[in-house]
Design a protein around this ligand. Sequence first.
Ligand code: DGJ
Length: 744
Amino acid sequence: MKRQSLIAFDSETNVFHLSNPLISYVMKIEESGVLSHIHFGKKVSNYTDNKKYPRRDRGFSGNVPLHEERAFSKDTLPQEFSGHGSMDYRIPATIITRENGSSLLDLRYETYQIIQGKPKLSGLPQTYILEEQEAQTLCITLKDRDLPIYVDLFYTIYEKRGVIIRSAKYRNQTEQTIWLDKAASFQLDLTNSGRFTEVIALPGAHARERLISRQRITEGVKSFESRRGSSSHQMNNFIALTHTHTTENLGEAIGLQFIYSGNHAFEIEKDQIDQLRIVGGINAYQFQWQLSTNEAFQTPEMILSYSDEGLNGMSHIHHELLRERVTRGKHQYEPRPILVNNWEATYFDFTSKKIEALIDEAAALGMEMFVLDDGWFGKRDADTSSLGDWFEYEGKLANGLKGIAEYAHEKGLKFGLWVEPEMISIDSELYRQTPDYLMQEPARTPAASRSQFVLDFTRKEVRDSISQQLRKILDEVPIDYIKWDMNRSLSDVYSAYVENQGEVYHRYVLGLYDLLEELTTAYPDILWEGCSGGGGRFDAGILYYMPQSWTSDNTDAMERIDIQYGTSLGYPISSMGAHVSASPNHQSGRVTDLKTRGDVAMSGVFGYELDLTALGEQEKRIIKEQISTYKEIRQIIQQGKFDRLENPFEQNIAAWQFVSPNKKEIVVFMARRLTSGQPPFHEIRLVGLEEGMYRERKSSLIYSGSELMTMGIYLPDFHGDFQTEIFHFEKIVTGEEEENASIN
Ligand code: DGJ
């Protein structure tokens, strides 16, 4: 069968049309080479170009320079990428300053190229392809009207995904130096703001990450951003545009997700005639990139998804893309081990004896990995010292680190280790020997946070010294998993080794990516987990190197429902670490049943984080059951299709479901927070099932798929606060289906 091209250019209408069966993206070269945006959304068949953008002479919206048509203005025309200073008063995608101090930039179409597949970016995380045929990339080059300053706009479209991947490359071909003061990855101008009236963002705080905030888009500019040097707990780099009527399963949604781990900004402007402009990429705050003659700057990628199947439809696109074409390596689809982490069991206060006792219990309970958290290196007994000293704390573990790792292996468990490579303590060998490795303006006291400071990762020699230490440990100790933590935001962002200080934030992130690429490539068997005081750097950039991340330091089951629900908007379940911890919970003090804690954590990459040696017999029995249940449903949870059913941000209950890749099994999670004297009944309706009959495992009750979807089942008549339940349905395979399956 002949493959259809995914990208077409019509030289009569000057229209570019990127399309697959799900989406279309349409642009047009207007008069004088202004590149306009026409459509991003559902697939359009047989586009005629007869729906012209209306031309109207609007007061104070002047004309395109060198084009004297009064009704043609950059101030209203939807555009693909805007420069600065030629009568477009909306937020620009880029600001470029030249040696004479001018930042005027008037971008016009220059040329285009269609590339089979997708070119690789160097030094950045990115979406990838497995074979050339699965995607095509359009590169449109814009050029300043007068000067050889170019912006290459990249658009990749996959054959079967509802996404466009965008990025921009800025090139300086002038004889002089220029400075990028703002270098967005994308701009999206939407003509009819009646279609997208709301924005969903994922704000939060430490131990309260990625909570859903849905807001009406009003006049003016609204920005969702991080200035902390990382993607941050406070504002994740994922947003969605929706209509007021968009629900989990119905209506239009556009998802915007940045594949980057540093400062970001999404700016949304509703203009004078109710049109929307969205610009996103690296935050312009404290950013300035110097480009000498013939130099170029490549931005990180932005994922633009479109779904007309509600927020769940949008999330499916991001889940599948991140799982299949962003995460990499041996563990991408592998069942992730059920772990126990000693952090909340011991904090810094542990001995070999204590750790071995935890390992013994973990093995007896059926767990699969032991993770030794903070406190094993330097002279680390508190969070005030030793960061940067990635050698074993002599004498703290009587049998040594290797002894502990071997002990875990003897007991049939994998062994994992915690590190925080980007940081330095003043009380450390590293600081005593190389104080200039600390990021600061020389002779100016930097701000501490958690008594620690940031290493200047813009410098290769700094990264190399950390890499050498880590490699020694990784070579000497049999390690199966690494938890890579980062426990503060950047401050005092200055490097005496970088010529232009506006580059330090981004060069730090590039340095981090460089080290992550080096280590994850050198140790491909290790399962790497990202962490930043919980979920402070939970982003698509980190997932390119490490397929999972610690979701939050908050392990309170009730708060976790919100955190996991919000996170699922843009991130696959296989990326979310979720652990059962002690009750009362260490963060909130809330008391919940072990069952509740287990049920919630089982909706992620499951593990434990409590003192196993302090468990009673009854608790051990429950934990054994949880572990055996999770082993049965693990691949449905980690690799299945996830749908949100009931939104805990709107009500006292929550529900979600997972459908196995072969569609034969469904796991449903339900929760109710607070009880009441006369609780209402709730019917929970499932989605996306096949025809046929399903048996629920615990009750053995049989339901038809159609019944489960149209009528649903009742939320259990719970008694008391903080109650949860998990249901596991299996499709009853008929003789005929079995036969068909064996033929196929
Ligand atoms: C923050 C992490 O999120 C915790 O899980 C733990 O590893 C601590 N850091 C250790 O310092």
